[in-house]
Design a protein around this ligand. Sequence first.
Ligand SMILES: [Zn+2]
Ligand SMILES: [Zn+2]
Length: 142
Amino acid sequence: MSDTCLLCGGAQELVVGVRERGPHPQLHDYTRVLFCPACDVGELRAFSFDGFVAWDEEDPVMVWSAALSTADVSLLRTAFACPNPLDHRCGCAQHERAYSTSVGTTKTLLSEYGPRRHSPDGRSTATVRVAGGLAEFRSAAL
Ligand SMILES: [Zn+2]
Ligand SMILES: [Zn+2]
């Protein structure tokens, strides 16, 4: 498990901790906005580890990602209407809006294992917009 950049493999900055459960021994999932200063590109990432998945039935680790432009990350930094953007336990209206809209935003499922692991090929793109004073995520128009 890592939040490294899909393009360069380098460390990414955590911009917003949208929501997180765990880590527990059998469960850990989170939604985060990450930014790679080296590649100058952001990412909306949803990670899920489910230790209760039956053996061989399904990959217990799943990672979904959508690319975010630098402009959208900058907009998110300024428009995120919560003083604690990294506090994934925060239940304020801004954190709730970010989470609820992130769920409906198209993301690409990455394979956590195998040769295509962490490949950005064919990745979806998300955008940020402000509605009613709160920042939210959208799937980018094709
Ligand atoms: Zn990078
Ligand atoms: Zn908040």
